[in-house]
Design a protein around this ligand. Sequence first.
Ligand SMILES: NC(=O)C1=CN([C@@H]2O[C@H](COP(=O)(O)OP(=O)(O)OC[C@H]3O[C@@H](n4cnc5c(N)ncnc54)[C@H](OP(=O)(O)O)[C@@H]3O)[C@@H](O)[C@H]2O)C=CC1
Ligand SMILES: N[C@@H](CC(=O)OP(=O)(O)O)C(=O)O
Length: 371
Amino acid sequence: MYAVPGDKKVKVGVLGATGTVGQRFIALLETHPYFVVHALGASARSAGKSYALGTNWKQTTPIPAGVRDLVIRPCNPEHFQECAVVFSGLDADVAGDIEASFRAAELAVFSNAKSYRRDLNVPLVVPLVNPHHFNIIPQQRALHSPPLQKGFIVTNANCSTTGIVIPLVALERAFGPIESCIITTLQAISGAGYPGVPSLDIFDNVVPYISGEEEKIEWETLKILGELAQTDGEFAFEMHAHTPLRVSASCTRVPVIEGHTETVSVRFARRPAPSPQQVREALAAYAPAVQSAGCPSAPRHAIWVHEEPDRPQPRLDRMFQQGAGVSVGRVRQCPVLDIKFVVLSNNVNIGAATSSIINAEMAISTGLIAV
Ligand SMILES: NC(=O)C1=CN([C@@H]2O[C@H](COP(=O)(O)OP(=O)(O)OC[C@H]3O[C@@H](n4cnc5c(N)ncnc54)[C@H](OP(=O)(O)O)[C@@H]3O)[C@@H](O)[C@H]2O)C=CC1
Ligand SMILES: N[C@@H](CC(=O)OP(=O)(O)O)C(=O)O
């Protein structure tokens, strides 16, 4: 493991810097021990303006002093060549081509967009779950024409998928494979970016449809919880489907600003199934590799287990540990499957910006990015 020396700074760029996720990157990076924001990118609408003038800042802390006067650039790799890490909060409509051009320019891209999540040479990494999937990156580089020395793309998961796979991996590590999982989401409006869902649609209402969301949760979960197997020197993802795990998701949008709540029911392969108390203990004990690797943005508790009967709640629990972990509560017997519980995750933090930041810390710690 490599640790960044005490006073060394690592220059980073943020693409989509003016958006919901981009702003959160900038707010979180202000206090980062070694990442320093060096370059900002957004659309032609914003490029050329200072960040303070070009962004409609919606965070609860002021724009960091070191970022206010940075000029927003077009998303062209030439403006980011000095950045060891490029975080992307780009709209998915444009992320595919822009992120590919950054990778081709030998930049390390940590993306929040869906564009490359299904690419089987791109790791889909929830840092509290599967950073070992970074092992596919040398192959991703080698397949590029011409082969790359430094450039790569790592993607984050969909924000609802992220909240689910953290407790699921903890349960599988403790009790073996999960056979089936039924999820209902209650997703915050910030998940739709800014300005997001019209107030007349969401106020006093629940919208029982988010385009493409259920399919993403059902597919991404299998890739993240799957294995990265090596045969004759070649890496390939084995989707969790080979065990098999069946996932069914129903997604709703609710009038909450930040924090996705999800109700989850699971059935284990093992019989007898673990008790609710065993499940609580296993969730609370879960210690992801990013903690032992010393990633500074990793939460102290990957999963905080509530004993109170009415928690977690988005308004109360979404900023616990700076939104870097997940909160689980109401762990109880399920009369249809085995166990059911409620999980809350901050869609903009561990569901987006925080995950990319921890992924980049892990990439540095494992030597994937030399600084
Ligand atoms: N919000 C959330 O909770 C989560 C979002 N995501 C994903 O993260 C990404 C960003 O989401 P979010 O921040 O919510 O979206 P926003 O709509 O709030 O922000 C989009 C950003 O993309 C930029 N952009 C748009 N078009 C272009 C273009 N043609 N060229 C360059 N930049 C462009 C915008 O710049 P400008 O201001 O100049 O238009 C803005 O900075 C999406 O892919 C989303 O799916 C993932 C997990 C959670
Ligand atoms: N679709 C999520 C946000 C997100 O993560 O989207 P995507 O999977 O397209 O990056 C929401 O609306 O809450």
